[in-house]
Design a protein around this ligand. Structure first.
Ligand SMILES: Cc1ncc(COP(=O)(O)O)c(C=O)c1O
Length: 385
């Protein structure tokens, strides 16, 4: 029998399996029955902003063949991203350090392969976004889990890094994080960035939920450390998940290695998605209105979860997730989520995907739906419902 390859044992990204089960449940319900409320998913339910739609239509009608682009991305998009970074963070990043990628997801293997060599250790907080760990493993790198709890907002600290038996080659952070929605303060990001730079630890900062924050200020690691790699995306705030478009800010020395890798892996990100992304960068009024809707949905969800007995919830600083510890009397997260789907027609994600050690006591609820849908879900969850 032929063997499977070096990535053949990579674990599933189980959220995708939860989505499949929720789809099956929805398809099995009789017509007219209350539908499944989808709190498992991490994607906006409204798509492309209007200005981006218009730009796509114009590009389709233009007669342009919309072929490959430069591997690093269309120069006009890279310049527009540099302008966006200046507007949002007051930081000057040369367009030559910006690389357009196939979603934030497409940036991870490029960043990891450009920055690390086989066997290198890369630290990350747990709970974590599962693909960080699974991609590291698939590439022959060693994830080093830093178990984090509510006391640090589920975020890593310098003390945790210094307590490791050996210094890792890399550290991944996410602000706001998935599944917790929590954010470090600017001072905390700065301390970590400076520590990493001084200690030869490559910092990879996932900033893909920037724009979806509810009061706490954002900062970019690229303004704080010349050696950090920043990963961002048009999927969340810009609501373009299916367009598969993201970007990286790279230190000068990693631009050419990442470009060579991408030339071979992908050639380029899709042309039409780059057109949409460039236009989306001018759609802030529409996108800010959507952010305010998430903020309302977040308030409804937090009230509802507390009323349903979830008293320990991660600090919901940003993104659109609440990571909640199950009440003591509840069964484990897999059983709880199966019950929730079967009995209440609510899909949610068990914490096991994000934290193999402690995730059985946690559930991730996403509030990227209209506030009235979240209210309906919370009514189904209410005691005695
Ligand atoms: C923290 C985090 N990083 C990266 C991604 C990848 O997103 P995309 O590939 O759509 O840009 C996601 C998607 O949910 C995420 O939650």
């Amino acid at each position: 029998m032929l063997k499977t390859g070096i990535g053949g044992d990579v674990p599933a990204f189980r959220v995708m399996d939860v989505i499949t089960r929720a789809n099956e449940r929805a398809a099995s319900l009789p017509p007219g029955a209350p539908g499944v409320i989808r709190l498992e998913s991490g994607q906006p339910s409204i798509g492309l902003p209007e200005g981006a739609k218009a730009a796509v239509q114009a590009a389709l009608m233009s007669g342009d063949p919309l072929g490959y682009t430069e591997t690093l991305g269309r120069p006009s998009l890279r310049a527009a991203i540099a302008a966006h970074i200046r507007a949002w963070y007051g930081a000057d990043v040369a367009p030559s350090r910006i690389m357009v990628t196939v979603g934030g997801s497409g940036a991870f293997p490029l960043a990891f392969l450009a920055a690390f060599t086989t066997g290198d250790e890369v630290a990350l907080a747990s709970p974590y976004y599962p693909p960080y760990l699974n991609i590291l493993v698939a590439l022959g790198l060693k994830p080093v889990i830093l178990p984090c709890g509510l006391e640090t907002g589920f975020q890593p600290t310098i003390e945790m890094l210094e307590a490791l038996p050996r210094k890792p080659e890399g550290l991944i952070i996410a602000n706001p994080a998935n599944p917790t929605g929590s954010m470090m303060s600017r001072a905390e990001v700065e301390r970590l960035a400076l520590w990493c730079h001084a200690n030869g630890v490559r910092l990879i900062s996932d900033e893909i939920y920037h724009g979806l924050t509810y009061g706490k200020p954002i900062c970019t690691a690229s303004a704080l450390s010349p050696s950090a790699i920043v990963i961002n995306s048009f999927s969340k705030y810009f609501a373009m998940t299916g367009w598969r478009i993201g970007w990286m800010v790279l230190p000068e020395a990693l631009v050419r290695p990442a470009e060579r890798l991408a030339q071979n892996f992908f050639i380029s990100a899709p042309y039409i998605s780059q057109v949409a992304a460039e236009a989306a960068l001018s759609c802030h009024a529409e996108l800010e209105a959507r952010r305010q809707t998430y903020e309302s949905a977040r308030a409804v969800m937090l009230d509802g979860l507390h009323a349903a007995g979830f008293s320990r919830i991660s600090p919901p600083d940003g993104a659109f997730y609440a990571y909640a510890e199950l009440p003591a009397a509840a069964p484990d997260a897999m059983a709880y989520c199966a019950w929730l789907l079967a009995e209440k027609n609510i899909a949610a994600t068990p914490g096991l995907d994000f934290d193999a050690a402690r995730g059985q006591r946690f559930v991730r609820f996403s509030y990227c739906l209209a506030p009235d849908m979240i209210a309906e879900a919370m009514a189904r969850l209410a005691p005695g419902a």
